[in-house]
Design a protein around this ligand. Sequence first.
Ligand code: SF4
Length: 280
Amino acid sequence: MRSQILRQLRRLHSYRASDPIEEELRGWNYTTPPIKPRRYFSLSMGDVAYRYCDTKRDVYLRKVLKVSPETNSYLALGSSVHAILSYLSQEIVKLSSYKAWEILEILLRKAERVTKDLCPNFYKYCLNVYKAFLVDFISDFSDSTGFLPIISEFKVDGSPLGLSSKLSIDAITQMSLVLEAKVGNSQDFHKLALAGYALALESAVELPIDFGALLYINGVNKESPEFKVEVYYISSDLRKMFLDYRDEVIDLIAEGKDPGVSLNCSQSCPFLSYCKKVSK
Ligand code: SF4
């Protein structure tokens, strides 16, 4: 994973040099617009950045009508894979005084038990994800830099930006790069979450976060899991787009008006049965 990230970062340095981030779009400027929100609704990153529902009715249901989302197999798989990523990165940090091959041995011994606990419904696939992640993490850790790949589920207070006070970033690498792991296909709007997390982190730590990465985990119907990393420069345009989306969602909640049912409902939407029932 590390080599993929480094290769893509090298390509992005020239973008950053030719298109530097406007100062007013740094997260630490949260007392003034455009970073300062019109209202504070404790929005989740999904509320703002994700477009699984193209009318944003999912946000309306959650925030205005207070409908609880239902869980489904797509969401369960996503959280299981996140749990494995989190477990492994935490264990590697705990075991960091051991030699790399010792860590590998210890964690391989636990693979089946941990996978059964964290991912009982997709055991075979998750066991392969566990092993593939482990080998990847260990190879990063054992190189000459002693690079620790991930701090998983990093908590940050997004409230100065009108976001939740309990945002959870999937990972921050030692290269000050925010990382979001996704199970499923690549979507253009996923990179907006990187902008949101970078802004929230900048407001909390007063340090610039210029790059982010999306880690896609796929291959659930294949023999072995597939990992793909996409690294992005968190440019002024990406930041502006995130802030525009945030402001649209704030207006939607403040007006409290149903934006209507989407014509392209995803089968993985946690409100599918609610919307079907209501539109009958
Ligand atoms: S079921 Fe369709 S309309 Fe309802 S929230 Fe989901 S995507 Fe949106």
